[in-house]
Design a protein around this ligand. Structure first.
Ligand code: ZN
Length: 264
């Protein structure tokens, strides 16, 4: 089954045999220490356990499992799940909201995942909800969630500066794209994808630096050439931090026409 999982996720394509064996060993320790719990009738089988174990451990292949020591449970829903929130603002007003989520990571608490979205990620370069949520865990293990994961400044000096500059750059690009979408195109409709597709990262990354880091972390492992093309400094900072180069041994982007003058 492990060979089958390795073949069905391009997130593992850059690993050589020795790295893959280490990842499998790490995942086995992860699965021995955590409870993978089905919710809403979802049945957890060995494929579910190992899919989550392997993809959760991928970001910490060179960092170790210590960053994941603040929780035991990984809860898996069959589909996207509803979360009701209640927040009190500075004026004391309580705001109730309801979100539909494909994943959630709680500080000092469980990671929650939707199996339907995990499976869809196999067809969506740049998206991997498991990596996304466990990158949040690395961020939380570095103190408060702020886009600076545990050990970032020692493994990848200048991390905060690079992350914040990349985030500002991304928000600027998003603003420019939103301004360029013609008035007759509904920004929420699929027709707007032609514009948002130029961003290289899901627009959700503009939410705040925490989500930017998690979305870029997904892209680092599941669409590395695209992230490298869009945010080379951030890619290199992540390469130092994660101690991996997901571009290795994988097909690059379409070869650029070298006779052409570089774009200004
Ligand atoms: Zn997130």
């Amino acid at each position: 089954m492990l060979a089958e999982l390795r073949a069905s996720w391009y997130e593992f394509d850059h690993l050589d045999e020795a790295q893959w064996q280490r990842l499998a060993g790490l995942a086995a320790r992860f699965l021995a220490a955590k409870r993978i719990v089905g919710a809403a009738g979802f049945e957890v089988d060995e494929t579910v356990r190992w899919t989550i174990g392997l993809l959760a451990c991928l970001p910490v292949l060179e960092l170790g499992l210590r960053a994941y020591s603040d929780f035991v449970d990984v809860i898996v829903y069959p589909d996207r799940f509803l979360v009701d929130r209640s927040q009190t603002d500075e004026a004391g007003v309580v705001h109730e909201s309801r979100d539909i989520l494909s994943g959630e990571a709680m500080d000092l608490g469980p990671v929650v995942l939707a199996w339907s979205d995990i499976l869809e990620d196999r067809e969506r370069p740049g998206a991997c909800v498991i990596v996304h949520e466990f990158v949040h865990k690395l961020d939380m293990a570095g103190g408060s969630a702020d886009g600076v994961p545990v050990g970032a400044e020692s493994r990848s000096p200048g991390w905060r500066r690079v992350l914040e500059a990349s985030y500002e750059e991304f928000c600027g690009r998003l603003d420019a794209i939103e301004a360029a979408i013609p008035a007759h195109v509904d920004p929420e409709s699929p027709a707007a994808d032609a514009w948002y597709g130029q961003l290289g990262l899901d627009p959700y990354a503009a939410t705040d630096p925490v989500e930017f880091f998690a979305v870029a972390g997904e892209a680092f492992f599941s669409d590395p050439w695209q992230l490298h093309a869009g945010f080379p400094a951030l890619f290199e900072a992540m390469q130092r931090y994660f101690g991996q180069d997901p571009r290795q041994g994988t097909d690059g982007p379409a070869a650029p026409d070298r006779d052409q003058a570089p774009a200004a």
